[in-house]
Structure formats: C-alpha cells, structure tokens
Design a protein around this ligand. Structure first.
Ligand SMILES: [Zn+2]
Length: 450
C-alpha cells in the first residue's frame, strides 16, 4: 500500500513554488524588523525565499547598524530591485524615449551601484531583478545579462507566456503567471481558508499542465504599515527633498501580529502540499531545459507558416538555424523596417549573398538585423525569415510575406499597463511596448526538465 502511495506521488507532475519579497521601504525603520522576522520565521520552517533588495535599503541597513537583518537575509536568496525604486524618474520614464542599446547603457549607469553594493554585502551576484511597480522596460534585459543576472522575476502585464515561466531577451522570466500567482490577504483572518484553497487550485492547475511554477510575493513593509511608503511620498511624479519625506502610517501591534500569524499559517499549508518543491530564483534556472539548444532538423521550416515560437524554440532560434549560425542568444532588431523589394522573386545569387550577410550580421552584433539587403532594396526581417523558411532551393527565390505572430505575447495599451501610482498621470510609453514586440523574436516557453 505504502509503495503504491509513493508511486502515485512520484507520478504526479512536479510543482515548484517561489516566494519572494520586494524589500524596498527605506523610509520606515520598523520594516527592517519585519524583514528580519520573516527571514527567521521562514528559516525555522526550512523555507528559502528570495529577497529582492533596493540599493538604498541596503545603505540604510548599514547606516542603522542592522547587520542582524543582513545576516538573516543571507540565509535566503538575494535579488535586486533598483537603486531607489520610487524616487523619480522610474526606469520606464527615463527609458521610454531611448533605444535598445543606449537605454541599456543608461539603465546600467543609473542602477548598477545598488547591485554592486549587494554583491559586496552578500558575497554573490543577485540572482534576479524585478522592476519597481510596473515600470518595466525591455532595455533592462541587456544590462542584466551584462551584470550576470540570469532571472527576471516579477509580476506585470507587458509580456507573458501562458501563465508560466518563459525565456525572453536571454533571461528566464518568472513573470505574469496569472492564476499561478497567489497570495494570502494579510488583513483578514476570515479569508485564510479561501487563500489556502486558491493555492491548492493553482497547484492543481500547474499539475494539469504536466508540471509548473507558482509564485507568491509580498513586501516586508506590508506587515508594519497600512500604506506603501512610496505612495505617501512620490505619487504621480512628486519629488520631495529627503528632509521632507513622510513616514507611512503604521499598523496597530494587534494587526501586525495577526498579519504574521496569517502568513505563517498559510506558508505551513503550502509546505504540507505533497510533491511540491520550494525553490529560489537562483535554483530556478536548473529546473528548465537550457536556453540555447539546436532545434530538431526541419523545425525551422515552421517559420514559413508562422513566425512564432515552435516546440520550445523561439523564432530567433529557428532563424539562426536556417542561417547556419550556432545556437546562442541574440536580441531582436532595433527598428521595424518595411520591405522595399517589389518583385515576386529574387535571383538566387542575390538571395544567397543576402543570407550570408544576415548570418554575418548576427555573429558580429549578437542581434537580428532590422532588414536584409538585396542590393539597394531590402526585405523586412519578417519577410526575409518567411522567404528563407519556405525556400526549396533550385531557381529564383519566391518572396513570402512573414507575419510576426510572436508579437501577441506583448500586452496592449500602455496607459493601462503602466498605470502605477508613482508614474506621472497619463504616462503611456507605447514606445516600450513596440520595442518589446521587436524583442519578442526571442520569446519561448521555459520547459521543465523531465
Ligand atoms: Zn517594489
């Protein structure tokens, strides 16, 4: 009987749970005590969480002599959460009018200091990054790769892939998990049973997918304050001097204790879930098949029907395979270009030269070209990829129109997607979503190792 039970448990598809904390409130000192209590309470339960820390938060720990907090968090995984979080300009604000490459350099200039401080304090590179609020921008992917950060972990609507982790811009994205993002409401003990049920439903949903990932996130400051520290000070572009910063209103001691009680009871429920593994962002990478692998022979031809991810390979992976370029991450193009070649066919020697030129471009720049030149005319990247994928060899090459189906993975409507209390009213950076669509050449599901 026991053997049968074990066999049944082993046959269950695996479910992984990530618990993370945006550790950011550098204004209210008692949020440090909350972080400490969470870190210790979880350690006692054998749960390792991921604390995404703001650079300024780490600086105030040093200024306040909170080495106890730093030590307690060191038992968990450490991620990064920008230099100042909500002091304007937020990342999406200063990146909205920049390109991919200059934007990545600017993000590095503004935000790298905090990451270097965390490296010094904790002795290793933070495992992940997530944006403040929903201030997401595609340029950050390039900077994070350069810093050695491998995971983008957060929750917002700009990009997603079927409510499970995915690869995008060369990073593992644990992001936009939809019904697989669950939380227990900290203010209402009566809602605890419903929160446990929501977790169980997310587990069942992940198992139905054949295995999957669930995430839960909080901010330590939620256990001690009733309003967010940044909304109180930096709403809609407000930029008061440091001496004018207001402390957020505090919970009563009873409400604080209740919030801890609810949380740990909920965590205990999660821990008791059979065949569930609790992982950190740093451990998450190893759960998935490697980012860069060679697609099976013939798969790249599917680009002729649809420019999209196919069987776990991105459109960029498949295009590289058609070009004979070894598997590697490459970024998407910088700009959207239109086809200017207006004949139905291309002489084969002209097309062959264009293909060799595209392969050389990819190897030299580490990204896809905006367009591929045929003498002084060109094919858009979409049309080039579709044409190449459909080509059977022989005589002149028939031009095909490509349609970038992968762009459906990018959210629509910047006003809604960037609606965060810290951004200025009416902030709607459509330019970032357009750049995100161009970078969606690289999007593909992250597939769990079997
Ligand atoms: Zn945050």
């Amino acid at each position: 009987m026991l053997l049968l039970v074990c066999a049944a448990a082993a046959a269950q598809p695996p479910v992984y749970w990530l618990l993370w904390f945006d550790t950011e409130d550098y204004i209210e000192p008692s949020s440090d005590d909350a972080a400490l209590r969470l870190a210790e309470g979880l350690r006692e339960r054998g749960v390792r969480a991921t604390f995404k820390i703001v650079g300024e938060k780490a600086r105030v720990w040093l200024a306040r002599g909170r080495h106890d907090v730093i030590r307690a968090l060191a038992a968990h995984d450490i991620g990064y959460h920008t230099e100042f979080h909500s002091v304007p300009p937020a990342p999406a604000e200063y990146l909205a009018e920049m390109g991919l490459l200059d934007g990545a350099a600017e993000f590095s200039r503004r935000e790298r200091g905090g990451l270097l401080l965390l490296e010094k304090l904790f002795g290793l590179t933070p495992s992940c990054y997530g944006q403040p609020g929903n201030s997401w921008a595609p340029q950050t992917n390039l900077a994070l790769r350069e810093w050695g950060v491998k995971v983008y972990m957060d929750d917002a609507g700009q990009v997603g892939f079927d409510e499970q982790p995915f690869w995008y811009g060369g990073l593992l994205y644990i992001f936009n998990l939809g019904r697989h993002t669950v939380r227990a409401e900290l203010n209402d003990a009566g809602a605890l049973e419903a929160a446990k049920k929501r977790f169980d439903e997310a587990v069942a949903s992940a198992r139905r997918l054949g295995g999957g990932v669930i995430q839960t996130y909080y901010h330590p400051t939620e256990w001690v304050t009733t309003k967010f520290w940044d909304g109180v000070n930096f709403s809609h572009g407000a930029n008061p001097e440091r001496s004018q910063w207001q402390k957020p209103p505090l919970r009563t001691p009873e409400s604080r204790e209740q919030a801890f009680r609810i949380f740990f009871e909920w965590v205990d429920h999660v821990r008791r879930t059979p065949n569930l593994r609790i992982v950190t962002a740093r451990e998450a990478i190893a759960l998935f098949e490697p980012r860069d692998a060679a697609p099976p022979a013939g798969l790249a031809r599917r680009l002729a029907e649809s420019l999209d991810a196919h069987e776990g390979f991105s459109a960029a992976d498949l295009l590289l395979s058609l070009l004979g370029v070894e598997p590697r991450h490459v970024d998407g193009p910088l700009r959207r270009a239109a086809t200017t070649w207006n004949e139905p066919e291309i002489p084969r020697p002209v097309f062959d030269r264009a293909r060799r030129d595209a392969a050389e471009f990819v190897r030299a720049h580490g990204r896809l070209p905006d367009a591929v030149w045929l003498g002084s005319h060109c094919l858009s990247l979409e049309d080039f990829a579709a044409t190449l994928a459909a080509d059977e060899g022989g005589g002149p090459v028939k031009v095909r129109k490509g349609r970038a189906d992968f762009e459906r993975r990018i959210g629509r409507g910047a006003a809604r997607l960037y609606n965060w209390v810290i951004h200025p009213k009416g902030f709607a950076p459509e330019s970032l979503l357009e750049m995100a669509r161009l970078q969606a050449w690289t999007i593909k599901p992250a597939r769990l190792r079997r």
